[in-house]
Ligand binder design. Structure first.
Ligand code: SF4
Length: 337
């Protein structure tokens, strides 16, 4: 496997590369300190021998993204639009609260999954990002402030780019790099069932979130084409396997959509799914979306839905939409260069 961004390499790969090129392998650890602790922006800025610096310069990129736009919401959420070296758009969102700064990263430029409620889905897929391009989104925020949580839920389906997501999680978790606990890293999938099993097999240091979106098979299939490949019963089986083997909780993302997922029947369907499982639900009210058939429910409908679900002691939180005014909320990432 060859990478253009040095941050995409594991420590072992970097050591091998150095050894193959007549350099001391231990320099790999030094280079990684420069990359992740000192957040060096150029090879020149690293305190390594000149010959090594030249070798790195001619082999790798240390910077892969160019900032095109920075937008700040009235609620403090910040969204960046970057351009990759081959000219593709990538968006990153930072969501601050009193105690946290969560970064929502993109794992692909665009997305092939085509979810009906998502603007990124309308773009189609440009390409998957390298691990270095994913990490750079986080490093760019880290230069400004400490990042407490990373959510792989920006542009793209993370599990369709599992190799890069795994590498990025490993580096974020690595004590010699960012030292982030696995509870602070969340990988979210639209429901690519075989890759959920692979995530577990690879022991990727992260938590799992699944975009359930709707709790009955027909409604889910109408909103998410992925449901045609892996229908709701298969997805639930995949989640059950994950919970059984990992002994972890899984977060289910649920979208409140008028006339589709916010009725008393939908509440009953959701309860049936969540109650017997180690799952908690994050409900999000549908954000502004291009499809006129998809609307947000009224406050009364939302309140009634939440009351019904909570009456069965199901753990459900409603997430306040953040960054709507700058199109940084869920399903809204689709800026063009
Ligand atoms: S919701 Fe996620 S998986 Fe679905 S189209 Fe949007 S970015 Fe892709």
């Amino acid at each position: 496997m060859s990478f253009s961004d040095i941050k995409s390499l594991t420590n072992a790969e970097l050591r091998n590369f150095l050894a193959e090129n007549g350099q001391k392998p231990y320099r790999a650890e030094q280079i990684r300190v420069w990359l992740y602790k000192n957040m060096a922006e150029s090879f020149e800025g690293m305190n390594v021998p000149k010959e090594l610096c030249e070798l790195l310069e001619k082999t790798f990129r240390i910077k892969s993204l160019t900032q095109e736009t920075r937008l700040e919401s009235s609620d403090g959420t910040v969204k960046w639009l970057y351009k990759t070296a081959d000219g593709l758009p990538v968006e990153t969102v930072m969501i601050p609260t009193e105690t946290r700064a969560s970064v929502c990263v993109s794992t692909q430029s665009g997305c092939a999954m085509g979810c009906a409620f998502c603007r990124t889905g309308k773009m189609g897929l440009n390409r998957s990002l390298e691990a270095g391009e994913i990490l750079e989104q986080i490093i760019n925020v880290w230069r400004i402030q400490t990042v407490t949580n990373v959510i792989f839920m920006g542009m793209g389906e993370p599990l369709m780019n599992l190799e890069s997501v795994h590498r990025a999680c490993e580096t974020l978790h690595d004590q010699k790099a960012f030292s982030m606990g696995k509870g602070r890293l969340t990988v979210s999938t639209s429901g690519v069932v075989p890759k959920i099993a692979e995530l577990l097999e690879r022991n990727t240091p992260c938590q799992l979130a699944v975009s359930l979106v709707a709790a009955d098979n027909e409604t889910r299939a109408s909103l998410m084409p992925v449901n045609k490949s892996w229908a709701l019963p298969e997805l639930l089986e995949g989640i059950d396997n994950y919970i059984r083997k990992s002994d972890e909780w899984v977060t289910l993302e649920y979208i409140l959509i008028k006339g589709k997922t916010c009725s008393p029947k939908a509440a009953a369907d959701l309860i049936k799914i969540v109650k017997p499982r180690r799952c908690k639900v994050n409900a999000i009210v549908l954000n502004d979306c291009e499809d006129p058939n998809l609307q947000a429910p009224s406050q009364e409908e939302i309140d009634e839905f939440m009351r019904l679900v909570r009456s069965e002691a199901v753990q459900i939180n409603i997430r306040n939409p953040r960054g709507r005014d700058i199109f940084a909320a869920c399903g809204q990432l689709a800026m063009r260069l």
